[in-house]
Design a protein around this ligand. Structure first.
Ligand code: ZN
Length: 131
């Protein structure tokens, strides 16, 4: 029998620990961080913003709002946060979770896009260095 939400909550509520991010050379933040408290399970989750593509901000954006688009993907600049670049890769079709991606898109995300995003970041670094 699988674990109920209440059993999972009871098991996990005091178990969450911060990973040792302060030891990671690449981690861009310093200072005390701590995990948030788990919220207890509820009977019905609040609908997620844009769930099912209804009133989804991203789906409503024109291609001009993105750094780059093709027939399957769109690359969104994130709000400035002090890091040199933050981009969000989205599918053009609305999927709620990575596990909902069809296999061809999931494969493209894992194999092709990891390399593409590295190239985009490098191009943006070079562009910034020359301006
Ligand atoms: Zn959407």
């Amino acid at each position: 029998m699988s674990e109920t939400p209440e059993e999972l909550f009871a098991r996990a509520v005091d178990a969450l620990r911060m990973p040792p991010v302060q030891e990671w050379e690449e981690f861009p933040f310093d200072g005390e961080m701590r995990p948030r408290a788990f919220l207890p399970p509820v009977d019905t989750d609040e609908p997620r913003n844009g769930e099912g593509g209804v009133d989804c901000w991203s789906c409503a954006q024109p291609d001009e709002a993105f750094i780059w688009t093709n027939e399957r993907w769109r690359l969104l600049p994130a709000k400035p946060n002090g890091l040199p670049v933050v981009v969000l890769l989205e599918t053009r079709e609305h999927y709620a979770e990575p596990g909902d991606l069809p296999d061809d898109l999931a494969a493209e995300l894992g194999d092709v896009w990891q390399a593409n995003l590295d190239r985009v970041a490098e191009a943006l670094r070079s562009e910034t260095a020359h301006n």
